[in-house]
Ligand binder design. Structure first.
Ligand code: ES4
Ligand code: ZN
Length: 320
């Protein structure tokens, strides 16, 4: 395969926690896991939907206790991303999922940020950090956490919205996004993964996001497709994630080829690679095995990731 993506725009750092690292961190932190070994943990990785994945994803975070733990997880991702051909990564983290376990913002933010600090020089991967908020927790709590991140001058470039989508529409988070825009932060949101096309519209019209994470259900709404194509709104698509969480039946049923055909600005991303069967390169290899994209299509996907990244024009030229 000749072309690989150069920017990864949809990645949850907690979703890069591999079973082996979960066991290593549990051992060093004296945490007892409810699984005998790595194999038994791996056997849990069969999901019926988004919620069944989220339950395990949040449970496994228990092993993340110290700044070093967050840094080790992040370094492991960066090393694997480099092997996947990633040259720029915009990385989400879920501060509320750590605060609720008694882990301070300083511990989780500084741990991840310390590992990102050396990545461009050491690995050639430029990085940015995005704080994602849990849409199935109260919007007031999200706003309070954003205020704390701003007060501590956390090194974030933007905010996102994730976790259980259905029943938690973007309209509940208008105040959070107004504050983020006012603070000069980039704004993105998960929408149209399990939720309806209307959530994509709300994210655009009410939260004024610059990118949509997933967005695949836009294909059910012709008028929305036309708008997204006309505005070239970036959609950060995660094919293996959609298969594992049963948003699509099989990879062959994935709408990505139709989305490309419609001129949508789609990129390929790994979401939670430790849970969904692979990193960006694995996503591309499996896509190729069913769709056999030609060089133009592969180049388009790579270029879409770079033009949708929150980077300077100088960096963009280096990557294109
Ligand atoms: C997530 Cl795949 C996905 N969807 C929504 N929220 C998430 N958090 C981590 N992975
Ligand atoms: Zn995601």
């Amino acid at each position: 395969m000749s072309v690989l993506p150069t920017a990864e725009l949809h990645l949850h750092i907690e979703g890069t926690l591999e079973p082996e690292l979960i066991f290593a961190l549990a051992g060093r932190n004296g945490i007892e896991l409810p699984y005998a070994d790595v194999e038994e943990l791996r056997r849990q990785y069969q999901f019926a939907d988004l919620q069944s994945f989220l339950n395990l994803y949040y449970d496994n975070m228990a092993v993340l206790q110290t700044e070093q733990d967050f840094a080790d997880m992040t370094r492991a991702y960066l090393a694997r991303a480099q092997a996947a051909g990633v040259r720029h990564a915009e990385i989400m983290m879920d501060p509320q999922a750590h605060l609720s376990r008694g882990i301070s913002l300083a511990t989780c933010v500084n741990g991840v940020a310390s590992a990102l600090a050396g990545s461009e020089e050491e690995l050639g991967i430029s990085t940015e950090l995005i704080a994602a908020f849990l849409r199935d927790e109260p919007a007031e709590e999200a706003l309070a956490v954003l205020e704390q991140l701003l007060a501590m001058e956390a090194p974030i470039i933007g905010i996102g919205l994730d976790s259980a989508e259905v029943g938690h529409p973007p309209r509940d988070f208008v105040a959070l996004y107004e504050r983020a825009h006012e603070a000069g932060l980039k704004c993105i949101a998960h929408a149209g993964e399990e939720g309806p096309p209307e959530y994509i519209r709300e994210a655009l019209d009410l939260l004024k996001v610059a990118r949509i994470d997933h967005g695949i259900r836009c294909m059910e709404d012709e008028e929305l497709v036309q708008r997204l194509a006309a505005e070239q709104t970036p959609l950060t698509v995660c094919p293996l994630s959609n298969v594992r969480l049963r948003a699509v039946d099989t990879l062959a049923d994935h709408p990505l080829p139709r989305m490309l055909e419609r001129g949508l600005n789609v990129s390929v991303n790994s979401d939670d690679p430790a849970y969904f069967g692979g990193y960006v390169d694995d996503n591309f290899i499996q896509l190729q095995s069913v769709f056999s994209f030609d060089d133009d299509q592969l180049a388009q996907l790579a270029a879409n990731s770079v033009r949708s990244a929150f980077i300077t024009d100088a960096r963009r030229r280096e990557l294109l």
